[in-house]
Design a binder for this molecule. Sequence first.
Ligand SMILES: Nc1ncnc2c1ncn2[C@@H]1O[C@H](COP(=O)(O)OP(=O)(O)OP(=O)(O)O)[C@@H](O)[C@H]1O
Length: 702
Amino acid sequence: MALLLCNAVAQRHFLSSLHCKNRRSLSIRPAANTKLRFSTSDFSRSSGLRRLCPLKSSSINGFSIANNGHVEQFEGEQREENFELHERLRKFFEFLPSILPGGNWWSFSEDVEVKYLAKPVTLWRALGRMWQLVARDRWVIFAAFSALMVAAVSEISIPHFLTASIFSAQNTQIAVFHRNVRLLVLLCVIAGICSGLRGCFFGIANMILVKRMREALYSALLLQDISFFDNETVGDLTSRLGSDCQQVSRVIGNDLNLILRNAVQGSGALIYLLILSWPLGLCTLIICSTLAAVMLIYGMYQKKAAKLTQEFTASANQVAQETFSLMRTVRIYGTETLELERYNLWLEKLASISLRQSAAYGFWNLSFNTLYHSTQVIAVLVGGTFILGGHITAEKLTKFILYSEWLIYSTWWVGDNLSSLMQSIGASEKVFQLMDLLPSDQFTSKGLKLQRLVGQIEFVNISFYYPSRAAIPVLQHVNLSVHPGQMVAIVGLSGSGKSTLVNLLLRLYEPTNGQILIDGFPLRELDIKWLRERIGYVGQEPKLFRMDISSNIRYGCTRDISQKDVEWAAKQAYAHDFITNLPNGYETLVDDDLLSGGQKQRIAIARAILRDPAILILDEATSALDAESEHNIKGVLHAIRSDLTTKRTVIVIAHRLSTIQAADRIVVMNGGQIIEMGSHSELLHHDGLYARLTRRQADAVA
Ligand SMILES: Nc1ncnc2c1ncn2[C@@H]1O[C@H](COP(=O)(O)OP(=O)(O)OP(=O)(O)O)[C@@H](O)[C@H]1O
């Protein structure tokens, strides 16, 4: 590293001197159309590089030469370079102790913000959790272990019969030789078959583990309160489901499988070595114990590194996901470089972790190689002395060397796979933490199902703040009654809490104070699924799923629906015409980007109408519609309200006040409070905020 650093500095030094020369030649500029002739008097001071540099500012045959200042500049540059070299060397020597084992370069603490870290999971707890997930199919695990045991014992017996065959042939013991070779062939066949079965069964167990883990995680996430999603990012959650689960997937199929195989074989080899010669066996055991200690430290380090890698990968994914989903905005504002930098920030953090992991791997390999070769040297040294003393035979020593190699390699494999296991366990921490989240009590408590929903809504003294912004009250002491069949419009300035009121009615959040009554029953006591099935909702920015239009309109409707019903709803929402003009009509595959805002809103309105809701909520549903469609939708609203068979309560949040003039009641909100309430004419007469907003919009149209 020191050499590299010095090389880099030397290279820079050389390049900058070239640069200086180039600049000197460039400083000679033709002042007129004259020939260039230098006289020696123009160059004084004859020492070193300075000989090449002109000293005085002069004009030679019409060429102006910047000289004296240039030399000073050159000297200055040289001083700067020397200083830089010293600085670099100083920094390097300061840095040197930090990269020694135990130095702070190895510590990850600076790279982590505490909030990213999940609670540590111990190895046994993580394995216990994984066992719970695969326990239903425990036969696969048992089959895998049985195959592993048979394969491991067969494999570990091979060197014994191999050596015995060679030495029996050398001693011309033909019968023993044939028996040993037959056993050798049998062991090879058994080891081959069982290894295959072991790999296959562990692979199946792995697949089961990952599938169940993703299932459990996904269902735990789906059942969280909406406020949970206010704090978590999509990129982060998808990263947990994707790469984290994939990383954990290595645990059974790869890590445990190989650890167990090598542990069995290593133990077999050790027992055999101790039987062969206990002093030699003990020497090997000491070396292996040292290796195991190094391995343990290395494994812990890798676990920590893996945890951080997962966190940073999730953050990088989050940036990429956000950028891709806002690609149009990025393109229009030309922020590609900025986004790349944002992504690069996380890539650099990942690279820094990876660098330390590679360095740690280097140390680990160094220890292994040193210890491995010491076993060989000790075996030859001590074993050779034993042979010379007539204590053991050459056959025994050969077996000893073969088995001690086996033992040390098994220890190495166990170490390598243990560190991989630690990485997987590190990756599993956040996954388990998310899996342990309790589902929202909306899914656990059984609520009341009324015979029918009439549509009486009462907000009684409602106050609310979002859990993610506990200090800012969004609604304060809101009291509002909506009678069945009434159409109530909510208007107000942006951010006044209109959508929040609807969010509480849909029970996406719970009020901080007060309560909401539906048909006289507290909202909390009603079966929320039952209630939501009877509410039609069109949001501010309707989103479509990547499926055909017909399925998008049917989405979430629990009634039996025919294609005719779908088309009826589409006609009511004035969506039928544009749908039939699409290449595949109702079968056209759409997603959120393929339709205009107005078209998406009409599909969302059709979706809401199809549910035949007792309560219909339109949150600025007309904001993206053209004037004609808006007029049509006003007609739909009117039709829905005057449908005598089903009385619907309609709540409309609108910025375009022209759409809600016919509402039974208009509620005006400001700063989370209701400040005015009445019919259109009453509010105009009152001459408050509503009248002001109406005048402003009329002026804007004029
Ligand atoms: N999920 C959320 N977490 C935290 N604060 C929120 C959340 N949603 C909205 N807010 C805040 O609550 C306040 C009221 O928002 P709300 O969406 O209810 O206003 P609005 O009247 O519907 O506005 P607009 O007409 O612009 O849609 C705003 O200050 C907003 O920043």
